[in-house]
Design a protein around this ligand. Structure first.
Ligand SMILES: Cc1ncc(COP(=O)(O)O)c(C=O)c1O
Length: 403
C-alpha cells in the first residue's frame, strides 16, 4: 500500500449544527460582498484577470469530463494569488481610518497626499512563507508605507529576496510559521505597527476576514468564466483562509452540493488531523513543518475557516512531497493542445493528489468515495507559479522528489 496520500472522510460533513454555524459566516461572502471586493481590485490601473485553463486532453487521458485550472501565477505580476487579500485588507483598513466606505474608494485614491497625511508614518507587519508577505510589501510600497516581513526558519532565499525587492525590511527567523506569527504580533504591539496577517485569533478578527474576502475575486472570475458548475473542487490549505473563502462563496453561488476536497502536506496537516479526530473541534500540529509546499506549512487553522470547512469539506487529504512534485511535472508538460501551467509546490498539490488517486489503484476506495467518474468536472486553483525557481527546476527538470 502506497503512503503518498492519507485521507479521511469528514464525519462532520453537512451536519445540521455545522451548516447552521457556517451560515452566519457565509453571509460575509455573499455575491454582493464579492462584487464589492472585485470592484475595488479593478480600480488598480494595471488590474488583469488571471487565466482559467480547460485541460481537455488531460481530462480525456484521466477519464473525467473536465479539468479546469485557474492559474494565479499571473496575479499582479507577483506569481501568486495572495496579494488579492493583502491589498483589500489594507484598502479596508485605510477606508476605516478615513471614515469612508471602500465602495467609494479606488486604489489610486489611497495614494493621494491627504490620505498619506492621515496614515502618517505607518508600518505594516506580517509573517509569511513568501507569497502573502510579498503582497503586503508590494501594497505598502505602492501606497508609500513601510513593511516589515518575517519568515519561518527554512524559508527559501529567493522568496526572501523577492520581498526585499519590494522595498520591505524582511528576515528569516529561527521559528516555525505559527511561532513567527506570535512574534510579529508582539513586535507590532511594542512598536505601534499594523499587523496584516492572513490568519485569525481571539481579538484579531477584522483584518483576517478582509483578507479572506479579498481572495474571493479569483472565485468570482472562475464563476464568470465557467459555463456550468464544477462537480468537485480540490483546494489546498495552510491556515485554511483561502479554502474557507472560496468554499463560502462557491457554495452560495452555485447553491448546490459541490464536493469539496481539502489538501495539505503531511508535515503540516492540521485540518486532516482535526477531521481525523472527528470531534468537530480543530487540533493544531507543530514542530518544524518542513515541506516543499511552503505556503501550506501552517499548523494552526484559522477558526472561521475551520467553521466553514468542517461544514462543507467531504474528504481531507494529507499528501507526501512526491505528490506535489508529480502535480508540478504533469501541469508543466501538457498533452495535445492543453495549456502549459507553471505551478509551484503549493499550487500543484491539489492536482497532484487528484492525479495520484486517479492513477494509483491503491486509492480506488477514495475514488469511489468521491464519486469521481467520466462525468466529473474538477476545478483546481494553481495558487502560485515558480516562486522558488531553483526548486521548481530541480523538481520539473531534474526529477527531484520522483520517489
Ligand atoms: C501559494 C499558496 N497557496 C495556498 C496557500 C494557503 O492559504 P491559507 O494559508 O489561507 O490556507 C498559501 C498560503 O500562504 C500559498 O502561499
Amino acid at each position: 500500500m502506497s503512503e503518498n496520500l492519507r485521507w479521511v472522510y469528514n464525519r462532520q460533513y453537512h451536519l445540521q449544527e455545522n451548516l447552521e454555524q457556517g451560515k452566519d459566516i457565509l453571509q460575509k461572502f455573499t455575491v454582493e460582498q464579492v462584487n464589492c471586493v472585485e470592484r475595488f481590485h479593478h480600480t488598480y490601473e494595471n488590474f488583469e484577470k488571471t487565466p482559467i485553463h480547460d485541460l481537455d486532453a488531460l481530462a480525456l487521458h484521466l477519464g473525467v469530463s473536465k479539468i479546469f485550472v485557474k492559474d494565479e501565477s499571473y496575479r499582479f505580476g507577483l506569481n501568486a494569488f495572495k496579494v488579492l487579500g493583502g491589498i483589500y485588507a489594507i484598502g479596508k483598513y485605510i477606508a476605516k481610518l478615513l471614515d469612508q466606505n471602500i465602495d467609494e474608494l479606488s486604489f489610486e485614491q489611497l495614494k493621494l497626499p491627504e490620505v498619506k497625511e492621515k496614515l502618517g508614518d505607518c508600518t505594516f507587519i506580517s509573517t509569511t512563507d513568501g507569497n502573502h508577505g510579498r503582497g503586503v510589501a508590494w501594497a505598502a510600497r505602492e501606497l508609500g508605507c513601510k513593511a516589515r516581513i518575517y519568515m519561518p526558519a527554512g524559508s527559501a532565499e529567493e522568496r526572501l529576496q523577492n520581498i526585499k525587492n519590494e522595498g520591505a525590511y524582511a528576515e528569516i527567523t529561527s521559528m516555525n510559521y505559527d511561532e513567527t506569527v506570535r512574534y510579529t504580533s508582539q513586535l507590532a504591539k511594542d512598536n505601534g505597527w499594523i499587523v496584516i496577517q492572513d490568519t485569525m485569533w481571539e481579538g484579531y478578527e477584522e483584518i483576517p476576514l478582509w483578507i479572506m474576502q479579498g481572495y474571493t475575486t479569483l472565485a468570482k472570475e472562475i464563476v464568470d468564466h465557467l459555463q456550468e458548475a464544477p462537480t468537485h473542487v480540490f483546494l489546498q490549505a495552510g491556515v485554511g483562509s483561502f479554502a474557507g473563502a472560496i468554499v463560502a462563496f462557491l457554495q452560495q453561488y452555485y447553491g448546490q452540493q459541490l464536493t469539496f476536497v481539502l489538501i495539505e502536506p503531511d508535515a503540516a496537516n492540521c485540518f486532516y488531523e482535526s477531521f481525523n479526530r472527528g470531534t468537530g473541534q480543530f487540533v493544531t500540529v507543530g514542530g518544524e513543518m518542513q515541506t516543499i509546499m511552503a505556503g501550506l506549512a501552517c499548523g494552526e487553522p484559522n477558526p472561521i475557516a475551520w467553521d466553514i470547512l468542517k461544514a462543507y469539506t467531504k474528504v481531507s487529504i494529507s499528501c507526501s512531497e512526491k505528490v506535489a512534485a508529480t502535480g508540478m511535472r504533469v501541469l508543466g508538460n501538457p498533452l495535445g493542445a492543453d495549456n502549459r501551467i507553471v505551478a509551484g509546490e503549493s499550487g500543484a498539490a491539489p492536482f497532484g493528489c487528484f492525479y495520484e488517486l486517479i492513477t494509483n489503484e491503491d486509492y480506488y476506495d477514495l475514488k469511489v468515495a468521491l464519486q469521481l467518474n467520466p462525468k466529473s468536472k474538477i476545478l483546481f486553483v494553481s495558487t502560485e507559479g515558480d516562486t522558488d525557481v531553483e526548486n521548481y527546476r530541480n523538481i520539473v527538470w531534474h526529477g527531484k522528489y520522483a520517489k
